[in-house]
Design a protein around this ligand. Structure first.
Ligand SMILES: [Zn+2]
Length: 290
């Protein structure tokens, strides 16, 4: 489930390895992955990669001649760099960008968008660089959650809506980069209930939340800088303390961590520190008992 820290470390590692490298060829074996047709993928041939960056949870590969690959990994995609081309039987491949070998080197690097699971959701667009900002994936993004989501007061204005923090913080139009995993860690760090409404945040809570967003994401990135290297593993070692730790003791106070299960996500929290001791209704359980 790549979110800001996972996408950022991917962009950093790829940028270090690919900046100034020339593209040999590109193809998209994934049936539905490539969402644009003009310019064609062949427009990348012979061009030089100028950099790899991130906006929200999107990856951007800038290429000379004012072209850019905009990539969204969705829930099960990975962008990886291998030192030789994929075999024909790799069914996970959605996009392959072959890089020209350096003079005298045997490695034939291949940038590969892969996707795990049965769903094909990860996508790629090849756009003229000037059109990036207008693309729907980027045009409506809120401010970046990291490194600077604004002052506490600006954050309070951003979240001033009658919706739970857990959903507001995951809304990319409100603030960009946070998803189902890191939202739990951030709210736990800030000692805020996932169901507190954004409009009810006071100044102190907004300050704690801002601090928690920046510190939590920075810590994750520092961890990845130590633990992750190319080709970038299929499964990143996410340093989560609360999310996916339901039933275990809270690392801070020892209380048993609880979770509420929804159809496609789980909200984990510490009742003692976040919900004044209240255990929130488990929707999965209540559905089963109906
Ligand atoms: Zn606790």
């Amino acid at each position: 489930m790549p979110e800001l820290p996972e996408v950022e470390i991917t962009a950093r590692l790829l940028d270090r390895a690919l900046r100034c490298r020339r593209i040999d060829s590109a193809l998209a074996p994934g049936i539905n992955a490539l969402k644009t047709y003009d310019p064609p993928l062949s427009a990348l041939e012979g061009r030089t990669i100028e950099g790899v960056g991130r906006r929200g949870k999107n990856l951007i590969v800038d290429v000379d001649g004012d072209l850019a690959l905009l990539i969204h990994l969705m829930s099960a995609g990975r962008l990886q760099l291998f030192d030789k081309p994929a075999g024909p039987r790799d069914r996970t491949s959605r996009l392959l960008v072959r890089i020209e070998p350096l003079p005298g080197e045997e490695e034939r690097p291949e940038l590969r968008l892969r996707e795990f699971g049965s769903k094909q959701a990860a996508w790629v667009k090849l756009l003229p660089g000037g059109e990036l900002d207008q693309d729907e994936a980027l045009a409506k993004l809120g401010p970046e959650a990291w490194p600077d989501p604004g002052t506490p007061e600006e954050l309070r204005e951003l979240l001033d809506a009658p919706r739970p923090l857990h959903s507001l913080l995951r809304d990319q139009r409100t603030i960009a980069g946070i998803g189902r995993s890191w939202v739990d860690e951030i709210l736990w760090e800030a000692r805020l209930s996932p169901y507190k409404r954004g409009a009810d945040l006071d100044a102190d809570e907004a300050a704690a939340l801002r601090e928690a967003i920046v510190a939590t994401l920075a810590r994750a990135l520092a961890h990845y800088e130590q633990a992750v290297s190319l080709p970038i593993p299929d499964k990143l070692p996410m340093p989560l303390e609360v999310h996916r730790h339901e039933g275990e003791p809270c690392p801070r106070c020892g209380e048993t961590l609880r979770a509420v299960h929804f159809e496609d996500y789980v909200v984990a929290y510490c009742p003692r520190e976040q919900t004044e001791g209240r255990v929130l209704k488990d929707r999965r359980l209540s559905r089963l008992l109906k």
